[in-house]
Design a protein around this ligand. Structure first.
Ligand SMILES: NC(=O)c1ccc[n+]([C@@H]2O[C@H](COP(=O)([O-])OP(=O)(O)OC[C@H]3O[C@@H](n4cnc5c(N)ncnc54)[C@H](O)[C@@H]3O)[C@@H](O)[C@H]2O)c1
Length: 253
């Protein structure tokens, strides 16, 4: 899909993968609208890319309605990239045998899974009203999961469940939205050099890097953004989760 002059809404765009995606999409001529809870960085990145920042939480339908409205006003909303997400560690039973805090589990599911679905459903309603291109396509929604959703490590139960949920909804969403000419594709990154990865214990990072096939380094956010552009450009990619992980297979810990 040619997105020059069209609008792209990016969540989690104030940092890391979302920030790089905002730069890449602005670089190919899209109008970029950013959504994030981080107002300070959000405004700053929006300024850098010549886009608009809309403060908001992906779990909040009112925040999303406003962002989608701003996006649609900037031009036809044809691309949505879900990058907002949080990590949180914790085993089901801690060292003392106490069970995982339920509210912490629900928070991760709420942002990473329910938030992704909230963005997907509300943006799809707007994209579906657009005229289709010659191939019948109206837009594409790209989600960010994680390879932890496939092979999560010890202490990642909430995060793994949330990302497994995003992977699980991908084909179902593509089937639901196919009749509207909207594709849904998920990217499952391995380890990328962002503030989220900085929160990982060094020992875990070292183990993961040693398990990479090649290159032996964390992924760069621009490499994630390059895949976003490739997904947008290729109309035959749909209902799929694409690993972007340099051949990394996570071990138990
Ligand atoms: N960095 C990695 O190694 C890695 C690996 C696999 C998957 N991911 C996923 O990629 C996505 C982007 O992560 P990142 O590495 O860029 O992290 P990051 O922490 O740099 O960026 C995440 C952004 O999401 C925003 N955010 C958090 N909760 C939000 C909410 N409720 N509503 C709106 N915005 C919210 C944060 O403010 C932040 O700007 C996440 O979904 C993450 O789980 C990252």
């Amino acid at each position: 899909m040619d997105i020059r002059g069209a609008t792209a809404l990016i969540t989690g765009a104030a940092s890391g993968l979302g920030q790089a995606t905002a730069h890449a999409l602005a670089g190919v001529g899209a109008n970029v609208v950013l959504l994030d809870t981080d107002t300070q960085n959000g405004h700053q990145i929006a300024k850098q890319v010549g886009g608009e920042f809309t403060p908001g939480d992906v779990r909040n339908p009112h925040d999303l309605a406003r962002s989608v409205q701003v996006a649609a006003a900037a031009g036809p909303l044809r691309v949505v990239v879900n990058c907002a997400g949080v990590g949180d560690g914790g085993r089901i039973l801690d060292r003392e045998g106490s069970p995982h805090d339920l509210a912490r589990f629900e928070r991760v599911i709420g942002i990473n899974l329910t938030g992704t679905f909230n963005v997907l459903r509300l943006s799809a309603a707007t994209i579906a009203k657009l005229p289709a291109n010659g191939d019948g396509e109206r837009g594409v929604i790209i989600n960010t999961a994680s390879i932890a959703g496939i092979e999560g490590q010890v202490g990642q139960v909430a995060y793994a469940a949330s990302k497994g949920g995003v992977i699980g909804l991908t084909l179902a969403a593509a089937r639901d939205l196919g009749s509207h000419g909207i594709r849904v594709v998920t990217i499952a990154p391995g380890v990328f050099a962002t503030s989220m990865a900085d929160l990982m214990p060094q020992a875990t990072r070292d183990t993961q890097t040693s398990n990479l096939a090649f290159p032996h380094r964390p992924g760069q956010p621009a490499e994630f953004a390059a895949l976003v552009l490739a997904v947008i450009a290729n109309p035959y990619l749909n209902g799929e989760t694409i690993r972007l992980d340099a051949g990394l297979r996570m071990t138990r810990r």
